[in-house]
Ligand binder design. Sequence first.
Ligand SMILES: [Zn+2]
Length: 410
Amino acid sequence: MNICPFCSSSGSTLIYGYLACPLHPWVPKTTPIISNLFGDINLVKCNTCNHVYNKSFQQSQACDMYQCMTLTNIPVNEEMIQSNMFVVNFIKPYLPKNSIAAEIGGGYGVLSRALARFVKSVDFYEPSTAINIESFPEDNIFFIPGMFQQASKQYDLVVMKQVLEHIPNFYEVLSEIVKSLNKDGLLYIEVPNLDYILKGRSIVDVHYPHIHYFNGSFLRLVFDQLSLSILKWDYLKNSHDICFLLIKKNLDSSNNITRGTPSRDNCEGSIIANNFSSTYDNGVENLESLAKCTFSLYGANAYSQSFLSQFSEYTSNLLTIYDDSPIGLDKCAYNHLSKFDVIAPNKSFVFNEKAIIITAYLHDLHISRKLRQHGFAGKIYTVRPFLDSPGLSDLVSIFHPKVHTPFADS
Ligand SMILES: [Zn+2]
């Protein structure tokens, strides 16, 4: 990506970068680990419009990545099921009767199935070849394999949950989606919140599957540009994510914003770069203190992809990666040095490791409780930003600054 995917200008400032991030949270054990299973991170901020994106993202990899994408959104706990119901309840008061809806990039279609109870029909667009029509017993869900390309049908509602950040030409695709909306059509968008990542200095939230990093002020600019009005918005998961319910404005009320107008975000790239590198340094210090003991990760997902590549030097004592998702069996995660078995914990909780680092950090409290219930007595870390620490002595951020006192290790 040589130019900004939003305003097309070429000037940008480097925020953070690292090499060889795995493209997938796991692959089948027999897969040879070759260079095209990795991508580089070169996170920049556009000097013109402030958009933050991975300049090293290879567009040619996008299709490949999503077709054979190992979907990670199978709900494995009550919290994840509730998050889909949250979306339905968020939209429901505004939903006209007998709505024609579409969900774009819905993974396993759990949200579409929840939505299907309240609308006439749902067109479900999903590029992953892991999905097929038999996945849906409902007769009002129509599976359309592949990515949403251009408007060919009109909808009363389009839903994009955690999808926009993955689409290389996100603005063009959004424009087509707006064209496909009926008058007063609704659009639900949910993305990770860049402001949370910056505030928490959360370097594991920077990984290859995400091309774009959005915050509220930038998205408001994008929505204005597309003649979308905000009906309501909210933060989710302790402001890790942000969601909007938008309505298509009448075209004659469109305004004069030009593409490339800077968003109201003036956090300097150099400050962000410093913050991120201090998080990295803290991670290194804590991992060095683990150098002589074995440890495992919990959660094979984008955060473990990020962790395994950024801290690859510290993975020689990494035993295994636990993951609750049933499709993780007979799979392995990887970095450029090694492969790591992915194990379903309910099958074999033997605990040969001295420490566990929870990489599924949005569920870290739930997971740490479960580990203790199963008798794990070692140290439990989370990759949650230390600034967003849950405040439990039992669960420590791996990015927490190490305390240098003579009593610290007593
Ligand atoms: Zn730009």
